[in-house]
Design a protein. Structure first.
Lengths: 105, 639, 171
């Protein structure tokens, strides 16, 4: 509990963070930037877990534990993403999104 | 009576057809000929065995020939209305089996000589077997639909055989003409079948033909334009029969069908397929007779009489011997039709029915013989035209004798087969309708005249300049001629009325001497006139033809019927009806469909950019979608 | 006092997040992200989840950021300017995000949270016990699964990053 701060204010902040992440995910042209945006989104949701746990169900630890798992999964995901980016860079010498569009029609 | 083996009669030729058709290139011509012939021999033996069993052992119960049916349901429409497949054995189907077996076998044997060295030898025998299968199936059909299926199969094999020389433009045109004209007629047949199915609820011949059955007793229940619908159906069915049997005015395909190889003409366009129409009417004879007091049957009689006269007049003027025979066939088919038309039902009343079938039987023999003889002549002089022939009796003695026998038979001179059957027809006509009787007597005279016109023209008259000296055909060709000649002499003595009659009970017939004498006299007059005109080269015939002036010209141009049909179809149907419809189809129907297609392609090209392959774009769509759905469900979908 | 710290942290988070997604220099972008993550750790400390804050700092700030910086250094020059999206696309995305944010906030503010006043402090021991407990409400199974997942991710990352060379050797 943060004295004088209601849950609404914290959720507002995380929502803003979340949409900044989405904005970045869509507008950035670089795979690493996209990865950064994903981190933002993840963090926003992790904070939400923790805050809701603390404000609404203080006597159990579900939210905290989930946050730990999410952080672990994010770490794994980042490691894989970085590996893919490096591999891709080796093959096409670029990490721009516009160069990786083989899914196109 | 165990009928299981009769199913083999059509199936053997089918197997032969498949064998020859599939291994067309693999089989040596000589072997394929033997395969065809032996297949037919097997079917023929079974047919004769069936006939023996039926006519002499099992068939007659209490003096009436029974109808044996063996069938299985093939297609169910309702509980009562279904299409069966099976075999039906009764006097006329057995008789037809015999006719088809004999003629088909003879033609097969003959073809081995006639077609020797032809490129499509195996194909030819495959088609012949297909035809044999179809006609056997047609003869044995148990119901209207089955007969219709085989009817079309017969049409197809006829088409294939007429167009056998497919590199010849005229043959292709003739094949198409035959197919289209008969198909047009079959449209009537099909509508007739559907009407019968709708109003009587059955296609079975047995049920339909039962004089005490509901189909016949309830004919008056529904009427259309002053006639019972059943009568309309019968008239439409007769239209199909008229198409196959080349009755006026659907006859135009038959002369052109002579473009096919001569054995084909003998088998299909003389003896078997063209009598399918007669067979069809005979098959439904009780219906024709009982429904509406035989109104439809009268139409059959008049169409038959007119066709026989019409064809006989044309036959006199033709110079292509196969065409003369074609018109003669049409004329004789008219005879059979008119005999059916004037027939009664019970006992001796049904003499017309018996006479028709009898004539069908004998005609098959001597007409096949005439065609095969003509084929032998054509084989020798390489021309179809009378002007290229003459004095061949010295070179081709066997053909000469057999052709003479056939000509005498068709002219109705005793003791040849044609005399007996024709006499019965004249008796039937005399007893029922005097007008038709006079017509048929006149036609008998014309028949004798034109037959002997070509006989004298071919075998007598002046010898022409032949490129190669004509010679007698090989044994494989003359053997069938001799067999058929023998049959043309002997079949007349069969007591036919005891086997085949309308009520199936059989009756005794005796020669009606005055009528027979008239018929013989008329026939002899025809022969003598022909003898005077054509035995020696003279200009009597030409003078005579000039005397008739435009009438002769009309007749030699077949009364311009082809031209009339061409005018009607090309100038009226194609131009006034088909062309606007085609325009509508192209500009409206097709254009709409193509427009839809084009618009789809254009739109796709425009919007395919959406599928950019960029994850971010998909993410944008995804987020937008989620937002829209959230908005909808939170604010709009509240209840 | 805590209130002021929270507002400062919130302001830092939002400002650096925006900076992170709009900076045209790659490395700066990553550093801004670091600031956001640190601010998040600050929030955790504020609400008395010290262990979580520590993890946030070590795993995110210490691990992930370093990983990303490595990859940036491997594939970019430090001073390289990034391409930016078309303005129309930016505006469109901005509008959609704004609408989405509006939907979120209206939903959040219209919901009456049942807040429990408390000042329970969670110790590391509690978290450890819960994680390794196999009783009711224990998280031993997810814990094991996540450890396997981490192992798999590690191997996978190595294999992918090594790329062709490894397969060449095998062949």
């Amino acid at each position: 509990m943060i004295a004088g701060i209601s849950i609404y204010e914290i959720l507002t902040v995380t929502s803003i963070l979340f949409f900044i992440g989405i904005y970045g995910f869509i507008t950035r042209k670089n795979l690493i930037s996209i990865l950064i945006s994903i981190e933002l989104i993840m963090n926003a949701s992790v904070v939400n877990f923790v805050i809701i746990n603390k404000y609404l169900y203080p006597d159990i630890l579900q939210g905290v534990l989930f946050s730990i798992f999410i952080i672990a999964v994010t770490a794994a995901e980042t490691a894989l993403a970085v590996a893919i980016i490096i591999n891709l860079y080796r093959q096409i010498s670029s990490v721009e999104v516009k160069d990786t569009e083989t899914m196109k029609y | 009576m165990n009928l299981n083996y009769t199913i083999l009669i059509p199936l053997i030729p089918l197997a032969v057809f498949l064998l020859l058709g599939i291994f067309n290139q693999k089989i040596k011509p000589a072997i394929s000929g033997y395969i065809g012939v032996f297949g037919l021999i097997a079917s023929g033996i079974l047919s004769f065995y069936t006939a023996y069993q039926y006519f002499f052992i099992y068939g007659k119960v209490d003096g009436v020939y029974q109808t044996f049916v063996e069938k299985t349901v093939w297609m169910n429409f309702t509980d009562t209305l279904h299409i069966d497949m099976g075999v039906l054995i009764d006097p006329i189907s057995v008789m037809m089996l015999i006719v088809v077996s004999i003629v088909s076998l003879m033609v097969h044997i003959y073809s081995r000589g006639y077609m020797k060295g032809d490129d499509g030898y195996t194909r030819f025998f495959a088609y012949l077997s297909l035809f044999s299968f179809s006609i056997y199936g047609l003869v044995l059909a148990t119901n209207l639909f089955q007969i219709y299926i085989f009817w079309e199969l017969v049409g197809v094999s006829s088409y294939l055989l007429i167009g056998y020389y497919y590199t010849k433009t005229s043959a292709v045109a003739a094949a198409k003409k035959a197919f289209i004209v008969t198909r047009f007629a079959d449209l009537g047949f099909l509508i007739g079948i559907l009407i019968i199915g709708y109003y009587t609820g059955t296609y079975d011949f047995e049920t339909l033909n039962n004089p005490e059955g509901s189909a016949i007793l309830n004919w008056a229940s529904t009427s259309f334009m002053g006639l019972s619908v059943i009568t309309w159906a019968l008239i439409l069915i007769f239209m199909g029969g008229a198409g196959k049997s080349a009755m006026f005015p659907l006859h135009i395909w038959l002369p052109d069908a002579m473009e096919g190889p001569t054995p084909v003409s003998a088998l299909i366009h003389a003896a078997t397929m063209v009598v399918a129409g007669v067979y069809l009417v005979a098959r439904l004879f009780p219906m024709y007779y009982f429904v509406e007091d035989g109104f439809a049957l009268n139409i059959v009689a008049y169409v038959g009489a007119f066709s026989s006269l019409f064809a006989a007049v044309i036959a006199i003027t033709q110079t292509d011997i196969k065409r003369v025979l074609a018109f003669s066939t049409m004329s004789q088919l008219g005879y059979m039709m008119l005999a059916l038309g004037v027939s009664g039902y019970d006992g001796h009343e049904g003499v017309g029915y018996m006479a028709s079938m009898f004539h069908l039987f004998t005609h098959a023999m001597f007409k096949a013989l005439l065609f095969l003889g003509a084929g032998s002549v054509i084989h020798a002089v390489h021309s179809n035209y009378l002007k290229d022939m003459g004095g061949l009796r010295k070179y081709m003695p066997i053909t000469n004798i057999t052709f003479l026998i056939a000509a005498l038979a068709i002219s109705g001179i005793p003791p040849f087969a044609g005399f007996f059957s024709k006499d019965e027809i004249l008796v039937a006509a005399f007893e029922h309708n005097k007008l038709i009787y006079y017509v048929s007597v006149f036609v008998a005279g014309l028949t004798a005249f034109y037959m002997f016109r070509i006989y004298f023209g071919i075998f007598w008259g002046k010898e022409r300049e032949y490129k190669h000296t004509p010679h007698e055909s090989p044994l494989s060709m003359t053997f069938p001629l001799m067999i058929l000649a023998l049959l043309s002499i002997s079949t007349g003595f069969i007591p036919f009325s005891e086997f085949v009659s309308a009520d199936k009970a059989g009756f005794e017939t005796h020669l009606d001497y005055p009528l027979a004498a008239i018929a013989i006299a008329v026939g002899l007059i025809g022969i003598i006139v022909a003898w005077i005109f054509y035995k020696k080269e003279n200009n009597l015939a030409d003078k005579f033809a000039n005397g008739f002036g435009f009438l002769y010209k009309w007749a030699s141009n077949k009364f311009y019927f082809d031209e009339i049909y061409m005018f009607v179809t090309k100038k009226i149907l194609f131009k006034r009806v088909a062309a606007p419809i085609a325009w509508f189809d192209k500009k409206v129907v097709d254009a709409t469909m193509e427009g839809i297609g084009n618009k789809t392609v254009v739109t796709s090209n425009k919007i395919k950019g959406i599928q950019s392959g960029k994850v971010q774009d998909y993410a944008l769509y995804f987020v937008s979608g989620v937002v829209v759905i959230a908005l909808v469900f939170i604010y709009l979908w509240t209840n | 006092m805590e209130k002021i710290i929270f507002y400062i942290l919130a302001l830092l988070m939002i400002v650096f997040a925006i900076a992170s997604v709009s900076s045209r220099k790659m490395l700066r972008s990553v550093i801004y992200l670091l600031f956001v993550l640190v601010s998040v750790a600050g929030i955790y400390f504020l609400i008395d989840y010290n262990f979580l804050g520590a993890i946030q700092l070590t795993v995110y700030a210490g691990g992930i950021i370093v990983l990303i910086i490595f990859s940036v250094l491997l594939v970019h020059h430090i001073e390289m300017e990034l391409e930016v999206a078309k303005t129309s696309k930016k505006i469109l995305t901005g509008i959609i995000c704004a609408i989405g944010l509006g939907v979120f906030l209206t939903t959040i503010y219209s919901y009456n949270f049942n807040v429990v006043e408390n000042s329970i402090s969670t110790t590391t021991e509690d978290i450890g016990t819960k994680l390794l407990s196999y009783g009711n409400g224990g998280f031993i199974l997810p814990f094991e699964v996540i450890s396997v997942l981490l192992l798999a991710a590690m191997i996978g990352a190595i294999i992918i990053a090594k790329g062709k060379k490894l397969t060449d050797k095998i062949n």
